[in-house]
Design a protein around this ligand. Sequence first.
Ligand code: 0PR
Length: 400
Amino acid sequence: MKEEGLSQEKILRRINRILGNDMNYSSGKILGSMCTKPLRFTNTIYTHHLDKNLGDPGLWVGTWSLERDAIRMIGKLLHNPEAVGYLVTGGTEANLIAVRTARNHRHYYNTKNEIIVPESAHASFDKAADLMRLKIVKVPLNEEYSVDIEAVKEAISPNTICLVGIAGTTSLGTVDDVKALSDLAIDNDIHLHVDAAFGGFVIPFLKELGHDIRDFDFTFEGVRSITIDPHKMGLGPIPAGGIIFRNSEVIGTSYFDIPYLAGGHIRQATIVGTRSGASVIAMWATMKHLGRKGYREIVKKCMNITNLVARGIDEIDGVRLVRNPVMNVVGFTSDVYNIYKIDKELRRRGWAVGLFPDMIRIVVMPHVEECHVEKFLFDLEKITNKLVPEPTPFHVYART
Ligand code: 0PR
């Protein structure tokens, strides 16, 4: 930092110049992100409340009451009016809190140490296992890319403290058989956590639109907690993740006492202390404003465009869908071309897709329009026409 500060105009000019290097959602080139542009209304509200800190909720009792109301709204979406929880920094923190709560269960604290997750689980579970020194057991997927229930059954041991099911996997958007997982969790008295970070704001609306998609929420007795992220398909601002518990008893072993706060003594189960009130207020307002109808329309548009992408990929020689999309996530691969080279060529043309070990992922978020997808398919076809057939060195998984 220099002794003398710069003028605001000079700084703004510099910011504009530097941020010119950022990508932006409106370009339509961001095809591999699970975040999107919030509504202008959401942004306006967010920027008005940047000083609100839910780490000390006694000072911000109005904001705090909006958080409880937002959690109630999300709880009802997940068929549980008794739900309790927090809006946190994202899916990673939400999953950390869930695993910690499972670990703290009075029957197994300090004696049991294994969590069972599908192979498709997000890296946040590796982080949780690492931070809490738990053993993470990864269970293979079946032919439809959801977790193999028989394999979960076999993996359960006297040391298991938590089963994880995913509703909207990071790679393909598939939904695990949460009913079967719930039965296993009840039979074995294990915490079942559902990671619906992405699918939580998609599946309920797909159901309302008549899609045949699996249930995943508190309707199943064994589900004790759910991650559902506003800053993905909830159209909330960053940061906004959600961790929702079946009831206050489930979360009861996870509180830390923080007695000295300016707003008075609280109990807190979040990982972070100081926490964005602006995110909570903006998210509450976004849900109130969109209502189920608003979300349904957004999901409908995303699915229409998803179907366009899927059909388009199907029609291009040399590439193929990994599976029919269940929600607005599309995975494709190639038996003819090196997909890492396809990814490289797409990037050269400005497309930001997701590259997984064996496929390329597209997420059709609300900022993706039909015209973007048409341009993308045009480029993809051009690339495949130009590439020399060559197998993908799947063992490499590096940008070539
Ligand atoms: N659970 C699932 C199922 C997820 O897909 C993700 C993130 C998380 C948990 C963790 O959420 P946070 O990132 O909020 O902690 N899924 C995205 C992914 O890894 C995150 C993302 C978002 C990546 C935007 C890229 C991007 O541009 O693909």
